[in-house]
Design a protein around this ligand. Structure first.
Ligand code: 13P
Ligand code: SF4
Length: 391
């Protein structure tokens, strides 16, 4: 196994700021025990004023999200970054692929900062460009490549987005996967196939549950097996070629717990993210992106009961914000997203105070060619017609 095939290097190793892999923090962090961290973060934010715009993904810790100028899912944050041409610095409280997308969508003079470079994403790491290029060649050898449109989930590295851009594909998020897939299936006539990267679950759930494709029309491409573990006949018969990747948080929710909770909490409604396994989503009452989950809980009547299958920081925050509703986490064994949690108050303070002193730390900068090609796929996404019900 080569190093690029490793799903995730142990956090804190290596020094590759262009990858999703964990890297060391180069600076002197304030200690987490410093009682003045909140005041220091606020003072730095006040000093920077309109020069800085802080974006916070919904899975961020409370201690960080309180300083976000805007919170959102990855789709909303991509749009918000693109809509802030005046901010000199974008401090991205989220993970590496999101900061890369922000860099691609913002102007050349704007600088994107990720407070801890170890905030990668294990799912994004499951599709390396070399593996995807190998798969693309294999699709040509099987005689199907001309029918295939690559679609990548936002949760992928910039070079995978660029691959999609130069091969007629598009980016999608959990808010617009159905719209993006509908667009993709129109691109090569009635026999169009989609290569969906890197989350097999979002791809399968969207194709089967929202678009009416059958499970038999979905095949899984395993990058660790010769020819993805698939025959030319299987590729020929498939409509959805799903990359064998998953989210290490959402992939752990199990259908058994859904049954258990239904038996123990009267009237409970199960609300899950589409990165969950198909078997979990099948048993759920509602499925949608983090924005959808938040809006659903906001609109729910007092006294209603919910079990939510998404990242724990968000579920805890929803429970705190809605004490009139009964909100539980869908599983006892699933925990926080460890890489989202890398962005803590000490890293935030360190990044912001460095900006005040005139030093840009942990800048995320995508090279020009990758930017240009990835922008094609991102812009196709931003130009998709309308909004889905899940947005
Ligand atoms: P969304 O922000 O698109 O809901 O995705 C969830 C996620 O896993 C982000 O890392
Ligand atoms: Fe990646 Fe899953 Fe964490 Fe999102 S929640 S950053 S997809 S590992």
């Amino acid at each position: 196994m080569s190093i690029v095939d490793l799903p995730l290097l142990p956090l804190g190793r290596g020094n590759d700021s262009n990858s999703e892999r964990g890297v060391d923090c180069p600076g002197d962090l304030p200690p987490a025990s410093d009682p003045d961290l909140v005041a220091r973060a606020q003072a730095a934010k006040d000093a920077l004023g309109g020069r800085v715009f802080v974006l916070g993904h919904h899975y961020q810790r409370d201690e960080v999200i309180q300083f976000a100028d805007v919170t959102g899912d990855s789709f909303k944050l991509a749009r918000e970054a693109a809509a802030r041409p005046d901010a000199e610095y974008i401090v991205f409280c989220g993970v590496h692929f999101m900061a890369e997308s922000a860099d691609i969508l913002t102007g050349d003079s704007q600088q994107v900062v990720l407070p801890d470079l170890a905030a990668g994403c294990s799912m994004a790491d499951m599709a390396a460009l070399s593996q995807v290029e190998t798969a693309w060649e294999a699709l040509a050898d099987a005689g199907v490549q001309a029918q295939v449109v690559p679609v990548t989930y936002m949760n992928s590295s910039a070079d995978i987005k660029a691959f999609c851009g130069r091969n007629g594909g598009v980016v999608c998020t959990s808010s617009n996967a159905e719209t993006a897939l509908s667009w993709a299936f129109e691109q090569r006539g009635p026999d169009t196939k989609v290569l969906f990267l890197p989350d097999q679950h979002l791809g399968r759930n969207t194709a089967v549950l929202q678009m009416g494709y059958s499970l038999d029309e979905c095949v899984v491409w395993d990058p660790h097996r010769p020819n993805g573990g698939l025959t030319a006949e299987q590729l020929n018969d498939a409509r959805m070629i799903l990359w064998k990747g998953h989210c290490s948080v959402h992939g752990r929710f199990s259908p058994d717990v859904v049954d258990e909770l239904r038996a123990t909490i009267p009237g409970v409604q199960i609300l899950v993210h589409p990165e969950c396994q198909h078997e979990v989503v099948l048993k759920a009452d509602l499925v949608g992106s983090t924005e959808f989950i938040i809006k659903t809980i906001e609109a729910a009547p007092a006294g209603s009961s919910w079990a939510i299958g998404t990242e724990l920081n968000l579920v805890k925050r929803l429970a705190d914000q809605h004490p009139d509703k009964h909100i539980s986490f869908l599983d006892r064994t699933v925990c926080y997203c460890s890489t989202m949690n890398r962005i803590d108050l000490p890293h935030f303070v360190w990044a912001m105070e460095s900006l005040v002193e005139g030093t840009v730390v942990n800048r995320i900068e995508v090279d020009e060619q990758t930017q240009a090609e990835a922008l094609v796929a991102l812009q196709r996404m931003l130009d998709l017609p309308g909004k889905t019900a899940k947005d």
